[in-house]
Design a protein around this ligand. Structure first.
Ligand code: GDP
Length: 442
């Protein structure tokens, strides 16, 4: 394989690492140094037209004992952007190619160092912003998900081989190697396992992208001010003019180790204005997408106004966690408190009561770093959905005494869906798409 190189560290650190992988990784690195790389770790100087560019430590890994499975070298330079860039230029002048995003991990996959779902977990681990995210990615990277999938595939292959064996003896019409009721039970057990993986996606998604929280309420209740107070930066547009917050704005905040994804919306308000009405529609759509609803109420609002909105909110929030946030309590104490709903009094503008609100958010979700395998990747989710559909067909085929030929086709489709997750059967375009989302240098 041709040798690739990339800066593997983020700018700003004391040390910066340039990484190489490929057949000539070690010999190419030697060409820009003042000595040969005999040892695993070598202290050396990078030479630039005879002058010393930097004092560096070079670590080498000979194939196949490396991350990519190829010869690799890691040059630890001082973290100067100039030194790192110049080192890259010197390597490229020697024939190295700049690496594409994720190319090191893609090579690791192609060299069978890891399966696809484990390679994807590498990207998740790099992006982890909370303990739950780190733990979930680590589970996947350690291969626990792949292991569960391979167990399921083995069981499916077992059923398929029994059915296909029967087909080979199709002259003997009443010959059955496998008891149908046992096969149906086995298919059902596999389907239940696939379903439980699918069910974990909601949790996986919340861990990866944050628990979705909708911030709703009438225009001018202080939703944008609240979002800013939660995010700690002036992100959302704050305005005195009714109806300015038209577009949905999202921000992710880490509260006590859990990520929350706040979605600000246009106010819920009775109106004939078409644009406003669209905003209101969107509010209800946002509520549908969220797990927790922060209903922001201007504490100065009258009891009658509140009671009318209360009905709408209870209707739309149904099975969701609804929290009443009385805002502007620096101006007025609430006139009316709805019954049976968690309530908190704050002033978003004066930063009063915010810790209480954060505590309430924390106890409203049960996201904890889990020991089990959790599905968090949409590609895996879709493949598992297909697998479940095939399994349903397998079961109904067996129940309805369909010819083994058809049942085995559905079984093979199911095995294929599960194989796509670990990358046994994957098209080049899918691979390119996956690795293009990695950072350069990984
Ligand atoms: P939104 O339409 O619900 O997003 O409301 P905004 O966040 O734009 O706030 C509307 C107005 O109320 C702005 O002038 C804010 O400064 C003001 N405001 C928001 N929160 C408070 C608060 O806690 N106390 C007071 N006195 N004013 C607030």
């Amino acid at each position: 394989m041709e040798t690739i190189c990339a800066i593997a560290t983020a700018p700003g650190g004391a040390i910066g690492i340039v990484r190489l992988s490929g057949d000539d990784a070690i010999s190419l690195t030697e060409k820009i140094l003042d000595r040969n790389l005999q040892e695993k770790v070598t202290y050396a100087h990078i030479l630039d037209n005879g002058e010393i560019l930097d004092e560096v430590i070079v670590t080498i890994f000979r194939q196949p004992h490396s991350y990519t499975g190829e010869n690799t070298a890691e040059i630890s330079c001082h973290g100067s952007p100039y030194i790192l860039q110049r080192t890259m230029e010197l390597l490229i002048a020697q024939g190295c190619k700049p690496a594409r995003p994720g190319e090191f991990t893609q090579r690791a996959f192609l060299n069978h160092k890891m399966d696809l779902s484990r390679a994807e977990a590498v990207a998740d681990l790099i992006a982890a912003r909370s303990k739950a995210q780190q733990k979930m990615a680590m589970q996947q990277m350690r291969g626990n998900f792949s292991k569960s999938l391979s167990e399921l595939r083995d069981q499916l292959l077992h059923i398929t081989s029994l059915l296909e064996l029967e087909l080979d003896f199709s002259d003997h019409e009443d010959l059955e190697f496998a008891d149908r009721s046992e096969l149906i039970a086995l298919a059902k057990t596999i389907e239940e396992k696939v379903s439980s993986l699918l069910n974990s996606f909601k949790l996986g998604n919340a861990i990866k992208h944050g628990v979705p929280v909708a911030i709703v309420g009438k225009t001018n209740a202080g939703k944008s001010t609240l979002l800013n107070a939660l995010v700690g930066e002036e992100r959302a547009l704050v305005s005195d003019i009714n109806g300015t917050t038209r577009d949905t704005i999202e921000d992710i905040v880490n509260i006590g180790g859990t990520l929350f994804r706040f979605i600000d919306t246009a106010g819920i308000r009775r109106t004939d204005d078409i644009v406003e009405t669209m905003g209101i529609e969107r509010t209800f759509q946002t509520i549908a997408k969220a797990d927790i609803i922060l209903w922001v109420i201007d504490a100065q609002d009258s009891k009658d106004v509140l009671k009318e909105l209360e009905q709408q909110m209870r209707q739309h929030c149904d099975s969701k966690k609804l929290i009443c946030v009385f805002n502007k309590t620096d101006l007025q104490i609430p006139q009316y408190i709805p019954k049976g709903i968690d309530t908190v009094s704050i002033s978003a503008k004066k930063n009063i009561g915010m810790d209480k609100l954060r505590d309430l958010l924390k106890v409203s979700t049960d996201i904890a770093p889990a020991e089990d395998v959790i599905v968090s990747n949409i590609r895996h989710y879709e493949a598992l959905c297909e697998a479940r559909t095939s399994l349903e067909r397998v079961q109904s085929g067996l129940i309805n005494h369909l010819s083994g030929e058809f049942v085995s086709q559905d079984l093979r489709a199911c095995i294929q869906s599960l194989s796509e997750i670990v990358g046994d059967i994957t098209s080049q375009s899918v691979l390119n798409n996956i690795f293009s989302h990695f950072c350069v240098g990984k």
